[in-house]
Design a protein around this ligand. Structure first.
Ligand code: FPP
Length: 258
């Protein structure tokens, strides 16, 4: 992000937020697309389509507020078990989103990434992701990470496999494996731990999302279904976050564990 300008400070204080206490990394479980559609007598795919539009507006809001990292749970490993038609619709939406949003991301200064078992995605989607990541790799205002074909346990298993392979090859001693070395094998090793985890639709489950990175995250359950989630709901979640005291297990407030 550019230096915090007065207008940025004004924007935050008008929203009742303190710039120095913004979460660095916000992660969102975008829940409720299906229920949003059902309420309107629509197909589930229509809910996902409405949800995709919200991805754009929330990304823009997060950039303007000065959030450095935003990770969105767009497709879990468990989502592969949904009916084929819904899976196809979700992948098509993602492809459209990548085709349409590249220019916008560049304009907002967003670096796009994807985490997950990306090799399970169709080739066309993988190519688009690669192209978007390459085109935006020098952007510095915010990193938008899409969790796709993502599972928190898979991520931990994949890291354990990489470490085990290094031990087997004789390049790593088991006693040298610590938190830092383990985290270096996660899908996005440079991403900071999650500070704030938001789940929409009023739900309160982690659902196999960022299990390692959320160890001291603040959880906020936001009532609206994802397609109804607005900038105001994001601000509400940020105010709730700033109203909490983070002690990371100690007795005094602390800035972080890092
Ligand atoms: C959960 O709602 C949401 C998903 C499984 C997918 C999230 C996808 C999007 C928001 C749109 C596409 C994403 C991008 C990045 C373009 P649900 O279907 O589980 O809702 P329900 O619990 O009400 O059934």
């Amino acid at each position: 992000m550019d230096d915090v300008s007065p207008s940025h400070d004004d924007l935050l204080s008008a929203a009742g937020l303190q710039a120095e206490r913004l979460p660095r990394h916000v992660a969102i479980i975008m829940d409720g697309n299906g229920r949003w559609a059902a309420r309107r007598g629509l197909e589930r795919a229509a809910g996902h389509q409405a949800g995709a539009a919200v991805v754009e507006s929330v990304t823009k809001a997060a950039v303007e507020l000065g959030i450095e990292w935003l990770t969105l749970y767009a497709f879990s490993t468990e989502n592969w078990r949904r009916p084929q038609g819904e899976v196809t619709a979700l992948i098509a939406l993602l492809d459209d989103y990548l085709d349409q949003q590249l220019a916008t991301m560049d304009r907002y200064g967003v670096r796009l990434r994807a985490i997950g078992r990306l090799d399970h995605l169709p080739e066309g989607t993988r190519n688009r992701l690669h192209q978007a990541a390459t085109a935006t790799r020098d952007q510095q205002r915010m990193t938008l990470s899409l969790a796709l074909s993502y599972g928190g346990r898979d991520e931990i298993v994949d890291a354990a496999r990489a470490l085990a392979a290094a031990v087997a090859a004789g390049t790593l001693r088991p006693e040298d494996i610590d938190h830092q070395r383990f985290a270096a094998h996660l899908y996005a090793p440079d991403a900071p731990d999650v500070d704030l985890l938001i789940r929409t639709a009023g739900e309160q489950r982690l659902s196999n999302f960022l299990m390692w990175q959320t160890h001291y995250a603040e959880y906020v359950s936001s009532p609206p279904y994802w397609p109804d989630f607005t900038r105001e709901h994001l601000l509400d979640a940020l105010r709730t976050y700033q109203g909490r005291e983070r002690r990371f297990g100690s007795l005094t407030p602390a800035a972080s564990m890092e």
